[in-house]
Design a protein around this ligand. Structure first.
Ligand SMILES: [Zn+2]
Length: 187
């Protein structure tokens, strides 16, 4: 096993089922088939940085955590979302009211940071169709799950409460993009 798997070699592949939306099939849970070796390698690099520079995730280290792993600045937002990644301004934002529980806060950050990792490996996160955006969100939740495991290998039976694994999430995303250039190719 190659050395870049140092932090994630213990992670078992996860497989879930599917649901249909438009002409596409989507995963209904975290699924390792959304993760390529390139993505795993990148997640492992980020985990190495975490283990070297950050070590423990807490209130004091949260700005460094986001800064060292993504180069983004961390800020808060009043928008009605748990968080977002802004690729133009290189910021990651979170909503304080949704992030009082540290597990949820860490998951939100890992999800938003994964959007910046997607850009690192050339994935178009600003795709103009709803189905592709939704695919990208599912991949992001899955990347966040693997990142969570890699930065904390002691987590056992860890469940990531991903938000993008059923049709209601697709409806939510469709509403979210109303009035934007993202084309609704589902409904
Ligand atoms: Zn997202």
């Amino acid at each position: 096993m190659s050395s870049w798997l140092k932090y994630i070699e213990h992670i078992q592949p996860v497989k879930s089922g599917y649901f249909k939306a438009g002409d596409s099939l989507f995963y209904n849970g975290i699924d390792s088939r959304m993760i390529t070796p390139e993505i795993l390698r990148l997640i492992n690099e980020k985990a190495s940085i975490f283990h070297k520079k950050i070590k423990i995730f807490n209130e004091e280290s949260v700005d460094d955590f986001v800064g060292y792993l993504t180069g983004c600045e961390l800020c808060t937002t009043d928008w009605d979302v748990s968080g977002y990644f802004d690729s133009y301004n290189n910021t990651i934002a979170y909503t304080e009211q949704y992030c009082t529980a540290s597990k949820q806060f860490l998951e939100t950050l890992c999800h938003e940071m994964s959007h910046s990792f997607q850009i690192n490996i050339g994935i178009d996160i600003l795709d103009k169709t709803l189905l592709n955006r939704f695919k990208s969100e599912q991949q992001c939740d899955t990347m966040a799950y693997y990142l969570m495991k890699a930065i904390n290998p002691t987590l056992t039976n860890y469940t990531f409460d991903g938000s993008y694994f059923d049709k209601s999430a697709l409806n939510w995303l469709a509403d979210y993009y109303v009035g934007t250039p993202v084309k609704n190719d589902v409904f």
